[in-house]
Design a protein around this ligand. Structure first.
Ligand code: MLT
Ligand code: MN
Ligand code: ZN
Length: 310
């Protein structure tokens, strides 16, 4: 049961770790003064494997090429029956956000892949955005598979091989990205909490984008062995204060960390981490009271290149 955190930052704004804003400056100063390790972050990306040989990606970030390069488990390899093989068998998409889907285009030269997504997200990518046609220009290539909420389903490679990992999707009320033009998309499929389950029964919840915490979602999270949760913003008006205008965190579909800490206080899970961290979030500064509050509540702040074994 292998999990790799390949990227831990939120998407959208470049660069994610060293702009000149007050928070980034404070992070750099604290890194220098406290000799914390370097914390450059790429956009949120997860890889999971039951056997360490065949891997599934959760999302496909725009940083995927360098993320694969820095993770030897995912390097291309030669096998006895094929000189060109990739350990990546498929991708599970939890939203159509650009920081979650652009990396699919970087996988166009790979062996056939299976991509799981909500029916509406398949429609957005395949019917509305012709560029994704590059993933279906030869046969066989990407096998698009719609996933519905409810029962867990086995993750299969493009040729139908069971990879020893099951996924359960729990759709959250959210919104589609601004680039989406299609009308009549099922509103509740815009974002999903993804639950991965190994044969041992160990479970991982990956929820990088969630605007509010319903009782149903809290119940689903309870008892997972690893929780990777939306850590985009500490407070609701954090980005508004830096930019002077725009939306607050909840409007963007991100529950503030200070509220999640309250609502998930004492929840019985194995390890719990914040991920999809925006560079405005003061928890990135290990010398900050917000970082201390998160750590004291038993949470970790995810970093790139963390290798977790369950
Ligand atoms: C989000 O998580 O809110 C989006 O990914 C932001 C963006 O990249 O536009
Ligand atoms: Mn995002
Ligand atoms: Zn900054």
């Amino acid at each position: 049961m292998h999990i790799r955190i390949l990227g831990s930052a939120a998407g959208g704004r470049f660069p994610q770790w060293n702009c000149g804003c007050g928070n980034c400056t404070a992070v750099r100063k604290s890194l220098r003064e406290h000799k914390f390790s370097s914390k450059a972050r790429t956009q949120a990306q997860l890889a999971l494997s039951a056997d360490g040989f065949t891997w599934f990606l959760a999302g496909a970030s725009p940083d995927l090429a360098s993320q694969i390069e820095s993770c030897p488990d995912l390097h291309p390899r030669a096998l006895h029956n094929t000189p060109r093989d990739s350990p990546v068998a498929g991708v599970v998409l939890g939203s159509a956000d650009l920081d979650h889907v652009l990396g699919l285009l970087l996988l166009r030269e790979l062996q056939p892949l299976r991509v799981y997504a909500a029916p509406s997200i398949l429609r957005i990518l395949r019917e509305e955005n012709s560029m994704f046609g590059m993933l279906n220009r030869v046969e066989p290539q990407v096998v698009w598979t719609s996933m519905n909420s409810g029962a867990p389903f086995p993750l299969l490679s493009a040729d139908g091989k069971d990879c020893g990992l099951r996924c359960e999707v729990c759709y959250l009320s959210g919104r589609y990205p601004e680039y989406v033009k299609s009308a009549n998309l099922a509103r509740d499929e815009a974002t999903a909490a993804l639950f991965f389950e190994f044969a041992s029964g160990k479970r991982v919840a990956y929820i990088p984008t969630v605007g509010s915490l319903s009782d149903t979602l809290i119940e689903k999270i309870r008892h997972v062995d690893l929780l990777l949760f939306d850590g985009t913003f500490w407070s609701d008006d954090e980005l508004l204060r830096v930019q002077g205008s725009g939306e607050n965190a909840r409007q963007m579909g991100h529950i503030p960390v200070e509220e999640s800490l309250r609502l998930l206080k004492g929840i019985e899970v194995g390890r719990k981490m914040f991920i999809h961290l925006n560079n405005t979030n003061p928890i990135l500064n290990e010398a900050s009271p917000e970082h201390q509050a998160v750590r004291q509540a038993g949470w970790e702040v995810a970093e790139d290149n963390w290798q977790l074994e369950l």
